[in-house]
Design a protein around this ligand. Structure first.
Ligand code: ATP
Length: 272
């Protein structure tokens, strides 16, 4: 039984144009990852080093995974995705070995991005789960060793995502490690509009649909929830008539009443 089976080289096909809004984050990531690869001499001339690692944090379903994939696709980087919890194994030593394996693959595939989703699961603050030699502590230690690497992490960028930045051990976020920290917020009005438009491009939409009103009524919806609204509306149209060729305002109305935002006000405050 091996956790390493989870480690796979992927070729994502997500484009920047598949992601509504979030322009500032897109730009910052391109500056951090794409520019140093494309123009290494410019960075040397300025005397600056590209970051080794970037952390995106924010509420669930707001495109962190899509952004990491688009960065890989558009910068033509190999992409290795790991979900934090999947790396854990009950076999002693297996989890650390899995972490080493991830980085070995990333170096072999350079230039590459290693994407750690739910990194909080891998890097919980030490001591917070009791005992000093538990698996979590050893995995974190291994992760730090890899990042500081004797074998220099050349052209490998770590991109990590979490909904719980407070859970991450501060050692991981020190300068020279994952030290670029970007907040990926709930979509604002402009972003929500673009997310609807992206989904509507793929479905037949009736004239009765009022985009502005949808935008105004989806405050506090995540991108994933807006996507669910579109999906539900299409199903409602089909349920009415399986030959149905249009999604109209009634279907969206129905979808808005079934898909409601899950984020609480306290969680919104938590990120600020
Ligand atoms: P989690 O924190 O739950 O892992 P995430 O922030 O990584 O979520 P994604 O998995 O990237 O979010 O997004 C979930 C889905 O929501 C996407 O597959 C997409 O359909 C939709 N979505 C979210 N944000 C956007 C956006 N800005 N533009 C287009 N689609 C979006």
């Amino acid at each position: 039984p091996s956790a390493m089976r989870e480690v796979q080289l992927e070729v994502p096909k997500v484009l920047w144009s598949d992601i509504g809004g979030q322009e500032e984050i897109k730009l910052k990531l391109r500056q951090a990852v794409e520019w140093p690869l494309r123009h290494p001499e410019a960075f040397t001339r300025m005397g600056i080093q590209p970051p080794k690692g970037i952390l995106m944090y924010g509420p669930p379903g707001c495109s962190k995974t899509m952004i990491a994939k688009a960065l890989a696709t558009e910068s033509r980087l190999n992409f290795i995705a790991v979900k934090g919890p999947e790396l854990f194994s009950k076999w002693v030593g297996e989890s650390e070995r899995a972490v080493r394996e991830v980085f070995r693959k990333a170096r072999a595939a350079a230039p590459s991005i290693v994407f750690f989703d739910e990194i909080d699961a891998l890097a919980v603050e030490r001591g917070s789960s009791g005992g000093s030699s538990n698996v979590a502590d050893r995995v974190l230690a291994q992760l730090l060793t890899e990042i500081d690497g004797v074998e220099k992490l050349k052209d490998v960028t770590i991109v990590a995502a979490t909904n719980r930045p407070d859970m991450i051990d501060k050692a991981l976020l020190r300068p020279g490690r994952i030290d670029r920290i970007l907040y990926v917020p709930l979509p604002d009005a402009k972003t929500r509009k673009e997310i609807f438009q992206i989904h509507f491009r793929k479905m037949p939409i009736g004239d009765s649909v009022d985009l502005e009103s949808l935008v105004n009524r989806t405050e506090k919806y995540s991108g994933a929830e807006i996507s669910a609204v579109c999906h539900e509306a299409a199903l409602a149209a089909l349920q009415e008539n399986i030959e149905s060729s249009l999604v109209d305002s009634r279907h969206l109305e129905l979808a808005l009443s079934t898909v409601t935002p899950r984020i609480s006000d306290s969680l919104i405050h938590f990120y600020h």
